[in-house]
Write a protein that binds this ligand. Sequence first.
Ligand SMILES: NC(=O)c1ccc[n+]([C@@H]2O[C@H](COP(=O)([O-])OP(=O)(O)OC[C@H]3O[C@@H](n4cnc5c(N)ncnc54)[C@H](OP(=O)(O)O)[C@@H]3O)[C@@H](O)[C@H]2O)c1
Length: 403
Amino acid sequence: MIGEKTMKAMIIEDYCDSPDFKCVDMEIPHKLEKNEVLVRMEAASVNPIDYKMRNGKMKMMKRLTFPAVLGRDGSGVVEKIGSSVKNFKVGDSVAGFFAKNHGTYAEYAVFEEDEIVTYPKDVMTPEEASAFPLVGCTVLEMMRKHPLVGEVLDREAESSFKTNVISEPRKDVKNLKVLVVGASGGTGQVACIIAKQFLSRYFNVKVYAVCSEKNAELVRKVGADVVIDYNKTSAKAGAHTTHSKGGLADSMKSICQVIRDEHHDDYVDLVLDCVGGYYYYNDVHQHFDCRRAENGVVYSTISAPNPNDYELTFGSLLNMGSYIATNKLRSLSSSSPSFYQIFVKKNTRDLHLLMNNIVTRENAHKNLPLLQYPLSNLKEAHLQMESQRTVGKIILNIAKRMK
Ligand SMILES: NC(=O)c1ccc[n+]([C@@H]2O[C@H](COP(=O)([O-])OP(=O)(O)OC[C@H]3O[C@@H](n4cnc5c(N)ncnc54)[C@H](OP(=O)(O)O)[C@@H]3O)[C@@H](O)[C@H]2O)c1
């Protein structure tokens, strides 16, 4: 509130394997650069990048200065604006994510103007609004790699940003078969929502989703047409992390063989891989006829070749580089999927489209399960995130003043 000088914030004082957060009083950052916006946080979401920054395994990419406030995603109310800020006024309800910085695990956070957008607070709670920015923009970036989808996204994001209106659904729709790997996680469920809720306005969309059986119903609810339990295929838990040069030497069918033999599709147009590893690209490469897809098969991944060993070292960077280079080289052949490694970046137009025209359509956002914790229980929230078995999104409630 105006006049207040201090806020509660959850800090770490050094890199830590276990989530040793401390609740402290900190000065509210009232001094703003001209393009900055001070937001009184109502909710924040927890993402895997948060614990990867906390334990120091990514410090080669970005070093923290201590004490550090983590957290990238969030929603809240504009408290103060910098002198050149045009798009917001005090009292606006906004949501967004830090593209490079951290700091949403606190009662106030400072965003650059183009890192946030207003959202429809009549249909979305602050908790719901905080669940989508980072993962939603990641998924849009992954989808954009498909030429036809990219065209639609660029057009509609521009239109949403300028007029808050998007095109009417088209009548003569093309087929678009999408395979979402890791469909029960935070990113995967949002990928299913966007595919079914938004892309189906412009294409005849069929969503194949890969997750464990216990989550199949949930994943259907967010838009999957066909759910494949990876534990009943050669992709069973852990197999994706094995570097298999020769092939998928296993007596079980692979994911793509199941799609081909049991569902009679011998290619998909777009793979959204939220799990990573060697298995899935190899599977698509070996078992799909990529030339059958009108624009070739497009494969977008957000994870590393060894998702469980994400520590950035010179060795792992070399490994990552060779993984990307190898798959890029394989992409040169028209019989291989085009390969894209995605790192989400700031995109205000996508964020606007996402929050105002995609996830709220027909209340689709209500289908995403939220696991809510008070900010003071951040430790439990991080332990849950690190289990890598979270279904939906982990949300921190910040609005209630902490003791
Ligand atoms: N590059 C970027 O810009 C970017 C952006 C966002 C996220 N990411 C990364 O993307 C990854 C996923 O993020 P998230 O937020 O979706 O994580 P999450 O919510 O923790 O996802 C967990 C899900 O992964 C599924 N899973 C685990 N192993 C699997 C396998 N072998 N096959 C299929 N599914 C499997 C689990 O499904 P079941 O429980 O059903 O087994 C679980 O529901 C993280 O590594 C994150 O760091 C990168």
